[in-house]
Write a protein that binds this ligand. Structure first.
Ligand SMILES: Nc1ncnc2c1ncn2[C@@H]1O[C@H](COP(=O)(O)OP(=O)(O)O)[C@@H](O)[C@H]1O
Ligand SMILES: [Mg+2]
Length: 365
């Protein structure tokens, strides 16, 4: 078996002799074999252990194999368990159908052919192992992307602050020096005065661009005054730069939210507006942030653009876009326990984020 992770195989039969036979057959798989002599004992194991495959006798006193399978399938946690029925009695097609309807994944009749039983169990054991590995990898990936987003936010906040604190004062000093020189224009002569004038303009541009970059990296108002003013300010700046007319409707009762929620909502709006500008062709955008129900708020960004690209004539499903923007938004919302919905047609696109918040919200009327 090497260093492969072992999976648990549960063998259920009321006859100890048969259990020993199955054990002898399956031993060489190197998995962990568990024996149960009744349906009840089997259920006990299922509740306590993560079982990959159940090998089950159909006819047992008290709880028979079919009844047990029913009980197993009713439990959401057990729906994916592979069940292999073994029956000594010849079974009719109806019996087989019965077994499959109970979610049996396979069916073996007695006398059991050892190689066949081993091969079947091996397939399901491997499947379980791979599914488990995939789930773990998925979980790791989610943790990683959440951490990546948080680090990115932190980094942007730091760079924005550095830009503001270190380059800002230098620009101010430069501007003051220029001002002093400008008072001496008579001594400088026309040519130098002209260069000085150009320098002044450059300094002004530098100042403006540094501020824009810093604000885009991290909105200064977000930490101090909160989400809604920051969104309003960002939307105004965006409208000015892009010539897209932006309408904003923000419910004031939302107030302040935890920093991670504020930054995530802000980033969602920022990414949506960037998408409107880059992809939609729309001349308008509409942002609405409002309580949807108690402890839930919705963030909507709509445009009247051409909609998302269609594949094979059908509208591309929102989940199938591979841009970093949309998947980043989805990831942020998943982290907050929220959802992201995208509606798109040739009349425009609407992105709706539902964000759970940890304080009661009065429903807006
Ligand atoms: N408002 C929109 N209107 C039209 N298409 C959009 C809009 N938003 C996103 N898209 C489409 O979805 C794709 C994925 O978007 P996104 O994940 O933000 O990645 P990126 O913006 O880097 O391309 C875009 O390339 C674009 O084709
Ligand atoms: Mg984008």
């Amino acid at each position: 078996m090497g260093d492969q992770e072992q999976v648990n195989i549960l063998m259920v039969d009321d006859q100890p002799g048969k259990l020993l036979t199955y054990e002898a057959i399956l031993n060489e798989l190197g998995e962990n074999l568990i024996k149960a002599r009744s349906g009840k004992e089997a259920l006990d194991h299922l509740l306590r252990t993560d079982i990959a495959v159940v090998l089950m006798d159909v006819s047992m006193p008290e709880l028979d194999g079919f009844e047990l399978a029913d009980m197993i399938r009713q439990h959401p946690r057990f729906q994916k368990i592979a069940i292999i029925f073994i029956s000594a009695v010849h079974l009719t097609d109806l019996d087989r159908l019965n077994a499959y309807q109970r979610g049996a994944v396979d069916y073996i009749s007695v006398p059991v052919v050892p190689e066949l039983l081993r091969a079947k169990v091996r397939v399901f054991a491997d499947l379980h192992r791979k599914t488990h590995q995939l789930e773990m990898l998925n979980r790791d990936l989610r943790t990683l992307s959440a951490r990546l987003l948080a680090t990115q936010d932190e980094e942007r906040r730091r760079i924005a602050r550095d830009l503001h604190d270190s380059i800002g004062p230098l620009i101010a000093a430069l501007s003051m020096n220029n001002g002093m020189l400008a008072q001496q224009t008579k001594k400088l002569g026309a040519e130098v005065a002209e260069v000085l004038q150009q320098n002044n303009q450059l300094v002004e541009q530098l100042s403006k661009q540094t501020r824009t970059i810093s604000h885009l990296l991290h909105p200064p108002l977000l930490d101090e005054i909160g989400l809604l003013p920051a969104i309003k300010m960002f939307a105004e700046g965006f409208a000015e730069r892009s010539s897209v007319k932006v309408d904003v409707e923000l419910s004031p009762e939302i107030g302040r939210l935890p920093p991670n929620v504020e930054i995530s909502v802000f980033r969602v709006v920022q990414e949506c507006l960037t998408n409107v500008y880059r992809h939609s062709g729309s001349k308008t955008a509409y942002i609405k942030i409002a309580p949807a129900q108690e402890k839930l708020l919705t963030v909507q960004v709509c445009d009247e653009g051409k909609g998302m690209p269609r594949t094979n004539g059908a509208a591309a499903s929102p989940g199938s876009n591979h841009g970093v923007g949309l998947s980043g938004m989805r990831e942020r919302l998943r982290e907050l326990g929220g959802t992201l919905e995208i509606k798109s047609s040739d009349k425009g696109t609407t992105v709706i984020a539902a964000v759970p918040v940890n304080k009661p919200m009065v429903k807006s009327v």
